[in-house]
Each structure stands twice: as C-alpha cells, then as structure tokens.
Design a protein around this ligand. Structure first.
Ligand code: MLT
Length: 408
C-alpha cells in the first residue's frame, strides 16, 4: 500500500496565498461587476525593464541558431551571471563573496524551501512570528515539527515580532541550530541595522548555528546606513547563507530567477562534531535535483547589472516605494498604527482590535481591496493586515480612496 507523508497532514488546509485567491475568486463570482484592486500577494505589476527585455530577446534568438544554441547549462548558473552578481551585489559593498559561491536558481521561494533538506531532522529551528510561510511549512513537510496547536507547531522556537520590540525577532532564550531571518522583512516591512544583524551573527558563532538570511527585498533599502547583505557583517560568511531574488528587484515574478549565496567557509557538523562544508552539500543537492535556469532568463538577469539596467530597476523599485509612501500616509491619516513602508514594499497595519481575517473581509467587502491577513503569517499577526505596494499608481490611489471611505 502506497502511504502518504504523514507530515503533510499537520499542515494548514492550504497555502496562505492559495486560500486568499479562493476567497477573492468567490467574492468576484458573487460580485461580477465589482472591480477588485489587489494589494495582497507581493506580485509585481510593471513590465520588465527595456534592458532586460532586449537581453531576453537576444538570448532567445541565440537559442534558434545551431551556432549559438545552448543545451543543459551549469546547474549552478552561467559564469557570466555569477560573476556580475558577485562583483555588483557583494564585492562592491566590501563583502568578500566570489562567483563560485553564488548558485543561480528559479527564485528565493524554492531555495528557502529546499535548503532545509541539508540538515538533520532533529535540529532546533528558530522562526520569526509572523513569517513568510514557506520557511515553516517546508520544515513541517520534512517532519521537524509536532502537531499544530493554539496557532503554533510543537518543536519550533518561535521568535515573536511585536510592536514592543519594533517587530524585530526576539533572540531565542535556548540554544538553536538553524535561524531564519528576513530583512527587509516580509510581512512586517521592518529592517535590521548593522548592529542588530551583528548580534545574530555573534549568536550563531557562539552556538555553532546557521542563519538562513532572506534578502529578497534588499533593493528597497534606500537608507545607506542599513545593511543590504548579511555579509557586510564581520564573521557572517562563516554562519550565514543568503537568498536573493530578481522578482521584486527587477520584475521577475513570472520570469523566475534568483540566487543563493553559500560561502565556502560555512559549516555544518556530523554527529561526531566533524565539520562539513555547506557549499559542498548544496552543490551536491543542486546538481542532483536542479538543472539550471534557462539561458535566455539568465541573459535577462545579467542585463539588470548593465548601466541602463541599473537605472531602470532603480526607477522600477522607486515607483513601488512611492506607492508604499501613499499607503503609509493614508494609514496614518486614518489614525492606524503601522510598521514598514520605508525601505520596504510592505505596510503592516494594526487592525485596532479587529481579527486579521475580519479586517481582510471588511476591506474586500467594503472597499473591494485585497490585502493579506496577518494571521496567515503566524499567531503574532492575528491583529494585523499586510498591504502590498505592488500595483500601478492609479490602482493604489483608487484603493486608498476606497479604504478611506470604508474606514472613516
Ligand atoms: C508575498 O506576498 O509574501 C510574496 O509575494 C510571496 C513570494 O514571494 O513567494
């Protein structure tokens, strides 16, 4: 008899964003004439930048000609892209990361989900609450948790992110082996300073732990004093793996490309305490289970680093940041407490006593605006909603006008 992976039975009925999509589809079916504005899932709405599209087309044309055609590429990504990433995103910021420590992939969601495969089943994991659900759900699938009770899985060390600690994760009181961090944060939109990140790096070094650092939203950081990569912190290359994405930076949500940085100096340990290279493990995993990102997509991603590409992605991100500013001002005018929206595309809004799904339903029914209920990101999000700045200026303005009317 073919048996199911019992761990899947512990998961919540469906993935957060699928759940929301179903509710919105039902609302649209019942209200066919209502125009809904989506500020829920963080999906970009603007076209790919011209420099990216040009390189994408050229890559496709090369595939049509026997002389320039490419078959299987390197599982780790083409050198032309890995070298640009290492030079622009790391070496230019004084972070000592080399091209062969970059693993190009089809996005940060897959990599943050897959990375836990490298670790033992009985490690202690620390996860922020609220959190991007992928980190938690993939550990549930792998059998690292007990059952879900009172809004939490057993065997997970939850790090509460609340107003009283500026929505920054509390350091675990007990030793943990694996720590998930995300800055600028999804969903709260908060950022960590260099000294806050340095405290995490110290913790990981003292506890022989590893940090999985999700920096998918780094392009939104406009405050020069904030770290854009964890490798700006001394010692981080021994204890941190970093995930990046072209999705929000350059509009690649539908094109799919990201990368993971695994420094050769990062180690995990055998039961006997012998060091093993995380880089070697991830390389083994990727070369077995992954066949690389398509050549035209990697050419398109490379164009992000050209002079025109850099200017165009900067403008793209700025337009979403301006939307975020409009959302922040509306929320402020309405007298709601919020976090994020600066150096981040997400605004985390306190529901003034409402449950997050109740607030979600109110905005959908009264303002025809889709947000994300904070409870979907964890128990600490139950009193919040997340509003995303990813939409056109016109739609954000219309959405804010309807929200103002619905909440006044
Ligand atoms: C989100 O809305 O949290 C993100 O779009 C999800 C993702 O990037 O997978």
């Amino acid at each position: 008899m073919i048996r199911a992976n019992d761990n899947y039975q512990k998961l919540q009925a469906s993935y957060l964003f699928s759940d929301i999509a179903q509710r919105v589809a039902l609302f649209q079916k019942n209200n066919p004439d209502t125009r809904i504005i989506r500020l829920g899932i963080g999906d970009v709405t603007r076209g790919l930048p011209p420099a990216v599209i040009k390189a994408f087309h050229e890559g496709v044309d090369e595939m049509a000609d026997d002389a320039t055609f490419r078959g299987y590429g390197p599982e780790q990504g083409y050198a032309f892209l890995r070298e640009k990433i290492a030079a622009h995103d790391y070496q230019a910021r004084g972070a000592d990361i080399s091209a062969d420590e970059i693993f190009v992939s089809d996005g940060a969601k897959c990599d943050t989900g897959n990375f836990q495969e490298l670790f033992a089943k009985d490690i202690k994991i620390a996860i922020p609450d609220p959190v991007y659900p992928v980190y938690l759900d993939t550990n549930v699938m792998a059998g690292r948790t007990g059952v879900f009770e009172n809004g939490r899985y057993q065997n997970i060390v939850y790090m509460d992110c609340l107003r009283k600690n500026d929505f920054l994760p509390e350091m675990p009181k007990e030793p943990v082996d694996l720590i998930y961090l995300c800055f600028p944060n999804n969903p709260t939109g908060t950022c960590a300073t260099k000294s806050e990140l340095a405290a995490w790096v110290d913790y990981a070094r003292q506890n022989q732990a590893l940090i999985l650092f999700d920096a998918a939203y780094e392009a939104f950081i406009r405050d020069d004093s904030l770290p854009k990569t964890i490798y700006e912190i001394d010692g981080a290359h021994e204890v941190a793996v970093e995930f990046r994405s072209f999705s929000k930076t350059a509009g690649f949500t539908g094109t799919r490309c990201g990368f993971t940085v695994v420094p050769k100096t990062c180690s995990v340990f055998t039961g006997e305490g012998e060091k093993i290279s995380v880089h070697a493990l991830w390389n083994r995993r990727q070369s077995t289970k992954f066949n690389g990102v398509s050549y035209p997509v990697q050419k398109a991603a490379e164009a992000v680093y050209s002079r025109e590409g850099q200017a165009q992605v900067k403008e793209l991100v700025s337009s979403y940041l301006q939307n975020a500013d409009i959302i922040c001002r509306t929320v402020e005018d309405l007298g709601y407490d919020y976090a994020g929206g600066k150096n981040s595309p997400y605004i985390w809004v306190d529901g003034q006593g409402r449950d997050s799904w109740e607030f979600f339903d109110l905005l959908l029914n009264q303002a025809s605006v889709v947000c994300t209920p904070g409870g979907g990101f964890g128990r600490c999000g139950n009193a919040y909603i997340r509003i995303s700045a990813f939409n056109s200026r016109k739609n954000v303005e219309l959405a804010m006008k309807s929200i103002k009317e619905a909440l006044k």
